[in-house]
Design a protein around this ligand. Structure first.
Ligand code: NAD
Length: 456
């Protein structure tokens, strides 16, 4: 059992802290946000992650987990301090390291015994060297402090599972002491450990994320071409997926990647390359494709309709993916302002993201348009003129083609997540546009309306 402190209680820090406690370590989670710390102490998770709150309560009650804003007390006698603060994007694409620097300084001023500092945040290659030097420069007590890199690979929406059952733990160290200590801390997880030097560990994180971003952009690029030449991206992806060199994950075409990682980590690596006089052409292309992909549905719908003004627009899903309340870089954040600008009357449904979205776009009048948040998915669709699907939440997937046909005034659906089979939508009489596939035409809708007219 080790005494561990974790700096930052976001998706990475809090989940790491809770999981370290779960395997038996004594953990103190530190955050500068007093409100967050109060909430956590009351047993409530400040972020939405499956299974997190239960583990928080269990380990807090067992006395293995605590939360504080008092970093001195948490860092003073820790065996290891994990840093999980944000490294957001700056205007030039580079990572903002000011939060890391603040924590490094706080650590230097607080530690009173030998301590391993472990950087979990995603940082540019060479940052760990600088953090170590920075801490040495400001160190108050005569103790040994070394820095290790331990990039995080969890995915939001399955963060707890991904941490407890990680495919690999990457540790980047420069000394045996650091390598052995970090290996021992991770021993109870019983997971494969990849031990490399610090710079390689830092690079593994960016190379992995950017590869996944590339894979998504590649499939979106192929999807757009599929539409033009009459192929079906889902069939294409299926055919590709049997090739083990390609793999069967991350082959879904859609409206682009969002979230707190891929967008910033692609730009950061491009920036690092540029600084080193190298042009990272593949990653630049992935960013470019993604920027265009995010509003592809809006552009398609704009060609189909004269105006959005006064139309009831159902929006299903606001978060960048299901299973999280995170809105960072979500396609909804780009599309909804475009719709509001056109005077749309938006009815938005999201099982957990509406509250956060309302902080950016409060309910009611927004410029020329209007936005209403509904907790009932049917209320969004009822009498709607058009529907956009931005996130494939279970609640959205549970809707049948007939639900759209029955509830909407005009069953016109733009699906950014390819949830439905085109044939089923066509059969149900829904005009359906998705990504990389042919559309279900309005003819189907007209036919069924004609039949209804004849009936009446
Ligand atoms: P976040 O923004 O959700 O959380 C950061 C937290 O750090 C906040 O609660 C903030 O109040 C706190 N903080 C800031 N300064 C502090 C200080 N001096 N002391 C203590 N706490 C402080 O961030 P996140 O999404 O958890 O990401 C953290 C890092 O991990 C980033 O570098 C990110 O790229 C990386 N990462 C994120 C994910 C992910 O899915 N979110 C996955 C892998 C890696």
């Amino acid at each position: 059992m080790y005494k561990i402190a974790v700096a930052g209680t976001g998706y990475v820090g809090l989940v790491a802290g809770v999981c370290f406690a779960e395997v038996g370590h004594q953990v103190t989670c530190v955050d500068i946000d007093e409100k967050k710390v109060e909430i956590m102490k009351s047993g409530v998770s400040p972020i939405y992650e499956d299974g997190l709150e239960d583990l928080m309560k269990k380990n807090y009650e067992a006395g293995r987990l605590d939360y504080t804003t008092n970093y001195q007390s948490a860092y003073r006698d820790a065996d290891a301090i994990f840093i999980g603060v944000g490294t957001p994007e700056q205007s030039d694409g580079s990572a903002n390291l000011s939060y890391i620097a603040t924590v490094a300084r706080q650590i230097a001023e607080s530690v009173e015994k030998d301590c391993l500092i472990v950087v979990k945040s995603t940082v540019p290659i060479g940052t760990n060297d600088k953090v170590e030097q920075f801490i040495q420069d400001f160190l108050v007590k005569d103790v040994k402090v070394e820095v290790a890199s331990n990039p995080e690979f969890l995915a939001q929406g399955s963060a707890v599972h991904d941490t407890l059952h990680a495919e690999r733990i990457v540790i980047g160290t420069e000394t045996k002491w650091a390598e052995e200590l970090l290996t021992k801390i991770y021993e109870p997880f019983n997971l494969p450990i990849v031990s490399v030097n610090r710079k390689s560990a830092e690079m593994i994180k960016y190379a992995s994320n950017d590869f996944l971003a590339l894979k998504i952009s590649y499939m979106n690029d192929i999807a757009n071409l599929c539409e033009l030449v009459g192929a079906d991206i889902q069939d294409v992806a299926k055919g590709m997926s049997y090739d083990q060199r390609i793999g069967n994950k991350f082959l879904n075409a859609g409206i682009g990647f969002g979230g707190s990682c891929f967008p910033k980590d692609t730009k950061a690596l491009e920036h690092i390359a540029k600084q080193n006089g190298y042009e990272l052409k593949t990653v630049i292309a992935a960013i470019d494709v993604n920027n265009k992909q995010k509003t592809i549905l809006y552009k398609k719908a704009s060609k189909r309709l004269i105006t959005f003004n006064g139309l009831k627009v159902a929006v299903l899903g606001l978060t960048f993916k299901p299973g999280t309340d995170d809105l960072r870089e979500a396609p909804s954040l780009e599309n909804i302002p475009l719709l509001l600008e056109q005077g749309a009357d938006i009815y938005a449904f999201d099982p957990v993201g509406a509250e956060n979205f309302a902080k950016v776009h409060p309910e009611g009048k927004n410029g020329k348009g209007n936005i209403t948040y509904v907790s009932n998915i049917e209320a969004a669709l009822e009498d709607a003129n058009i529907c956009f699907i931005f996130t494939e939440w279970g609640e959205v997937k549970a809707l049948t083609p007939e639900n759209y046909k029955k509830l909407m005034r005009t069953p016109l659906v733009y699906d950014g997540r390819n949830i439905y089979r085109v044939e089923e939508m066509q059969k149900a009489g829904v005009e359906y546009h998705s990504i990389g596939r042919k559309s279900a035409t309005s003819e189907a809708g007209k036919e069924s309306r004609n039949i209804e007219l004849q009936k009446s």
